[in-house]
Design a protein around this ligand. Structure first.
Ligand code: QUE
Length: 333
């Protein structure tokens, strides 16, 4: 078992407390197994009416998967270990989606990648004003996984494609507007919400929800739909360039930092996910991890953003013009 996940029984609730604060609660395999085992044990326990997933740290709900360990395994040629990790992580995502009881995530602090995976598939996702939601995988030469290829194309308009390609961060209330979260609750009200969940069950969420402030992305929604509905990454960049606004210029600059190959396979994976149900999307993602983790951009991206933190990845190829569309298409077979 993992000492980084604590299981607590409180009244009607069973609480999963992510408690690996130094790693921003990044999910390693023992944590994934602990979460899966707890869900299985509580499934048929009648006294557990609601499962709550929560963090011991205000900095992070969960910063993602243990991508550092996955990179090390890939560099060592241990692709069986890489496969094992993603297979178990995605099985957990599917188990959360199919869970027969209300599953409530309390998201306060960073929630990226694998953190989205242990929250977005649940029935209720509570975000505070300190919740920060992102799918930043194109920055590390990977792709939006954990079922994001199913979730992102179902967000309003082209918002999900925009979020998945740029890695743009959404604050709590914006995450509710986007559909990644379902309720906005101020951090100060979380202790009261936890107590009310234990006393009254899932109905406590609605009584604690605060009114939503306006969507801060609203001024760019139309441009997002115009640009990110394009059928290819070069066409998205061309449409952004044609916008001629400060926002479009900043978005272009962000996308030019990302792995050109990763942008290409990520867009293809998200567009394909629009046609799949969640189990099929997760299966397709697992297949895509195989060529992606063997591509040099994955080890280089994790090196630059997570290991050395120099934020200066050297992508192969370095430009979008040099990415071979046929090679990308072959990776998604
Ligand atoms: C992009 C990402 C990730 C990232 C940084 C990026 C990601 C991820 C982590 C991460 C954070 C803290 C840890 C850790 C990994 O960082 O997916 O092991 O302790 O998991 O720019 O996609």
């Amino acid at each position: 078992m993992s000492d980084a996940v604590t299981m607590l029984r409180e009244g009607r609730t069973a609480r999963l407390l992510l408690d690996r604060p130094k790693a921003l609660n990044a999910l390693d395999l023992p944590m994934i197994r602990a979460l899966d085992a707890a869900l299985a044990a509580w499934r048929d326990e009648p006294r557990v009416q609601v499962v709550v997933i929560d963090s011991s740290s205000e900095r992070a709900f969960c910063a993602g998967g243990d991508i550092r360990a996955i990179r090390a395994a890939a560099l060592a040629g241990d692709f069986a270990a890489v496969e094992q990790f993603f297979a178990e992580e995605y099985a957990l995502n599917a188990a959360i989606a199919a869970y027969p009881k209300p599953y409530v995530a309390l998201i306060d602090g960073i929630c990226m990648g694998g953190g989205i995976g242990v929250s977005v598939h649940g029935t209720v996702r509570v975000a505070t004003e300190h919740g920060i939601f992102a799918m930043p995988e194109t920055a590390i030469g990977f792709f939006p996984d954990i079922g994001a290829t199913y979730v992102l194309p179902r967000l309003p308009g082209a918002l999900g494609i925009y979020l998945g390609l740029t890695g743009e961060r959404l604050r709590g209330a914006d995450a509710v507007h986007a559909g990644l979260a379902t309720h906005f609750v101020p951090r100060a009200a979380l202790p009261s919400l936890r107590a009310a969940l234990a006393a009254d069950g899932v109905a406590a969420v609605a009584t604690h929800a605060a009114p939503l402030p306006p969507f801060t992305i609203a001024p760019h929604r139309a441009a997002i739909d115009r640009c990110f509905s394009a059928p290819s990454v070069p066409e998205i960049l061309a449409r952004l360039a044609a916008e001629g606004t400060e926002w479009a210029g900043a978005t272009l600059a962000t996308m030019r930092m990302m792995s050109p190959s990763s942008l290409s396979w990520s867009l293809a994976a998200i567009l394909r996910g629009a046609t799949l149900d969640l189990p099929a999307a997760l299966a397709a993602e697992l297949r895509l991890t195989r060529p992606v983790c063997r591509h040099p951009d994955f080890a280089e991206g994790v090196r630059a953003m997570v290991v050395d933190k120099d934020r200066q990845p050297r992508w192969t190829p370095a430009t979008l013009e040099s990415v071979d569309p046929a090679a990308i298409a072959a990776m998604l077979d």
